[in-house]
Design a protein around this ligand. Sequence first.
Ligand SMILES: [Zn+2]
Length: 105
Amino acid sequence: MRANHSTTNNIASFARLLESPPALHDLTDGCSLTLQYALTTAWGVAANYLVHSARIDTPPETVRSLFQAFTRHINCQECLRKRDQRIEQVIEQWNEIFSPRVNGS
Ligand SMILES: [Zn+2]
């Protein structure tokens, strides 16, 4: 069935989308490269979890709260800003990938 095939493709697209971690920020007194990699690692764990649990009807709020939950040990405001930027990008593209075909096809 066409729907199944396209769902598989959508999940694959989503997996590729999630693979890119948040951007690194300029080094500050409070945040070293090592700390920034902690965010990258946490992002990877969350992404891996999402890829294996996400469904076509997973709401964007779930994606957002999951990434926030997996990265809640991050204290650096700059890191969190980069994380939030990345989450918004992911959700935007998630909505494109999974937008319901309201007009039929
Ligand atoms: Zn930082």
